[in-house]
Design a binder for this molecule. Structure first.
Ligand code: ADP
Ligand code: MG
Ligand code: MG
Length: 369
């Protein structure tokens, strides 16, 4: 069977309307295989769908993951207001299989799912202007706001211990101790940088455990390309990529968004003298997020927002460094020492944010309501 025939066969399992026309790879996702599928009616009028093969090597409990998505998307659809819809905001919508299920498992064990295609909208990899980040922050804030009364503990953890910084540090220490490729001597300074912040890094995990901050439904992949922005108006249209939706903290989502968009250079940029906090972008994302979600956050969550950006960046650096020490098994590398370069970059960003904590706090206070 050719690839095209295979896709056509998978499509035939779903309740798509009309007849199959074509299926082509789509988007720039790194985790799942995504296709844009076109069906046509009798008048040759096309309807598009998104078809995805879920990466079941990353997501081992795919059935549980699909249940999370089913529950959360149907809850969101029941909560979205007419005003939000009038603004063009929509909820990612699953298309059922002919057997009325949210996924189809083929005979090779692959899981397939389908979504309504969000038209005339794009997930941008890079935010050229601050307004894009304002819109992304607002869309993720809206997402959390709509889910603020959802019983988070009823969802499964699709990746166990995803933001368990205590466990992430344990893994780093283990990698330093084992040092299978004798790389530790090359990065003593970086190891020291991380380990000296181990205590503070556990703040959010401990905060959740003690109840100091509430357990919430979190997206956990709040990169800008996971919000589709309208091609004409630039407004946030739809939050996508719900594989990592699970119980967590609102601070994870805010912190990780700032980690991924708030620096003046790329995540693996090496000119560290140029790496600063990009305050224009920081403020834009923060404004959007707090406009939509601010009133739901507790004073403790508000207080820890800037710290969350530091912790999430530190955690990411620790993961890059651990992977470097272990021999680059998890993150794909495209050049020599790539994971070490990434770790250094994240740690420099941590260092910059630590120095700018007062300014970051001031910006948050400006939008606190
Ligand atoms: P990954 O986990 O691989 O990033 P995503 O769910 O983010 O997978 O999908 C990959 C890409 O496919 C997105 O970046 C986006 O461009 C596109 N995409 C996903 N869902 C939709 C949708 N419902 N409508 C339009 N485009 C979509
Ligand atoms: Mg994505
Ligand atoms: Mg994803």
């Amino acid at each position: 069977m050719t690839k095209e025939e295979k896709l056509k066969q998978v499509c035939s399992q779903f309740t798509f309307k009309g007849i199959f026309d074509e299926a082509e790879p789509y988007g720039d996702g790194h985790i799942n295989d995504t296709f844009k599928v076109t069906y046509v009616d009798d008048d040759k009028k096309p309807t598009q769908y998104i078809l995805q093969r879920v990466n079941h090597l990353v997501f081992k409990n795919t059935v549980g993951l699909m249940e999370n998505i089913e529950h959360v998307t149907s809850y969101l659809s029941s909560r979205i207001t007419k005003e939000q819809q009038a603004e063009g905001y929509e909820i990612l919508t699953l298309i059922k299989t002919k057997g009325d299920k949210s996924y189809f498992q083929d005979d090779e064990g692959n899981f397939w799912r389908a979504y309504v295609f969000v038209k005339h909208a794009t997930g941008h990899t890079f935010a050229e202007d601050a307004n894009m980040l304002y819109e992304a922050g607002k869309a993720f804030g809206q997402f959390q706001h709509l889910l603020s009364e959802y019983p988070a503990e009823s969802l499964i953890e699709t990746i166990e211990g995803f933001h368990n910084t205590i466990w992430r540090f344990k893994n780093l220490k283990h990698a330093v101790h084992e040092d299978p490729l004798l790389r530790a001597d090359q990065c003593r300074e970086e190891i020291q940088f991380a380990l000296s912040r181990e205590e503070i890094a556990s703040t959010l995990v401990r905060g959740l455990e003690s109840g100091a901050i509430p357990l919430r439904v979190t997206h956990n992949d709040t990169k800008i390309n996971n919000v589709l922005l309208d091609d004409t108006t630039g407004k946030g249209r739809c939050v996508i990529d719900l594989d990592t939706v699970m119980p967590g903290s609102a601070l994870y989502d805010y912190g990780d968004a700032i980690r991924s968009c708030g620096s003046t250079i790329a995540e693996d940029g090496e000119n560290l003298e140029d790496l600063k906090v990009n305050f224009e972008k920081y403020e834009a994302y923060t404004k959007g997020f707090l406009e939509a979600m601010g009133r739901n956050l507790t004073p403790q969550e508000m207080k820890w927002l800037p710290l969350a950006a530091i912790i999430m960046t530190l955690e990411c650096g620790v993961r890059f460094l651990t992977d470097y020490l272990e021999g680059d098994n998890y993150f794909k590398i495209h050049k020599e020492n790539h994971n070490l370069i990434r770790a250094r970059n994240q740690f420099k960003f941590v260092d910059e944010m630590e120095k700018q904590l007062d300014v970051m706090t001031e910006i948050i206070n400006k939008y606190w309501r």
